[in-house]
Design a protein around this ligand. Structure first.
Ligand SMILES: C[S@@+](CC[C@H](N)C(=O)[O-])C[C@H]1O[C@@H](n2cnc3c(N)ncnc32)[C@H](O)[C@@H]1O
Length: 265
């Protein structure tokens, strides 16, 4: 059973948290996607940003971003892949309710076969942080490489990279309805360290947890280079300047739990 099968519904409920839109999606759209496509000055008419593009969304979960990429950004064709049958069941139910023409598949992103036609864009929101070792990370990056057409961009967000060990095992992120706890070795984070996330649902007082893994920034950069990616860029999270209470996100930005990656060959 995949880790997310038991908490698929809880995870979907947690999607309502403001930072996912006000920080995460803002950063992806305005600091990653639009600048890479040379459309950074676009302020309106986002719904054809991905016109003509075939997109693959890895670790798509319930299709939260898969739907945005299709419905809000106008991807021509999009497929979502996730290792969890529970997550894909929810994604397919949402597709049945509101058909957008998205296909979903249960698969391990490490083992994806080469596609008949390569994709113009591959995304992976919170996939790579499930790699337990640099070898696993390399298998994921090689699988991503097989899916991507030449010189086309890969976009990811990952956890665990930002902040030193002292920013783990604190209550700093509790106001954003989660905490992260790392297994430290002599007070330090080392490659392969388990990082447990617990997300809280304020509405009903419940919580759920899942385990991810720390790999250093150097390990990520080395692995992408070994697979042949010539461009690799870290993209820090930013909050949307027009949100009502922007200061609420100050801790999120100062002690960021996540960071973006843009890579291409
Ligand atoms: C934190 S959720 C993110 C879901 C979605 N991308 C989002 O941002 O809402 C992480 C997802 O990664 C999936 N996952 C973990 N390891 C995977 C793997 N090896 N291959 C494909 N999916 C994986 C989990 O099942 C889970 O749905």
């Amino acid at each position: 059973m995949a880790q997310y099968d038991s908490c698929a519904a809880d995870y979907v409920a947690s999607k309502k948290e403001g930072f996912r839109v006000d920080v995460e999606y803002y950063t992806f759209l305005y600091r990653m996607l639009l600048p890479t496509l040379g459309k950074e000055h676009l302020t309106a008419k986002l719904n054809d940003v991905l016109a003509g593009k075939r997109v693959l969304d890895l670790a798509c979960g319930d299709g939260h971003y898969t739907r945005k990429l299709k419905e809000q950004l106008g991807a021509k064709e999009i497929a979502g892949v996730d290792i969890s049958q529970g997550m894909i069941d929810i994604a397919r139910a949402k597709e049945a309710e509101n058909p957008l023409g998205i296909t979903y598949q249960v698969a391990d992103a490490q083992d994806l076969p080469s596609p008949a036609e390569k994709y113009d864009i591959v995304t992976a929101f919170y996939l790579l942080n499930f790699a337990r070792t640099s070898d696993e990370l390399k298998r994921m990056v090689q699988a991503i490489d097989k899916q991507l057409a030449d010189k086309q961009p890969f976009f990811a967000t990952i956890t665990n990279i930002c902040g030193d060990a002292s920013t783990y095992n604190t209550d700093r992120h509790r106001k954003y309805a989660f905490i992260r706890e790392a297994a430290l070795e002599n007070g330090r984070l080392s490659d392969g360290a388990e990082v447990k996330y617990t997300q809280f649902n304020a509405a009903d007082g419940t919580s759920f947890s899942y385990i991810t893994y720390y790999l250093s920034k150097e390990t990520y950069e080395r692995v992408f280079k070994e697979v042949g990616f010539t461009h690799f860029q870290w993209v820090p999270m930013e909050s949307c300047p027009t949100v009502e209470d922007r200061a609420f996100y100050d801790d999120f930005i100062q002690y960021p739990p996540a960071i973006g990656i843009i890579a291409s060959k």
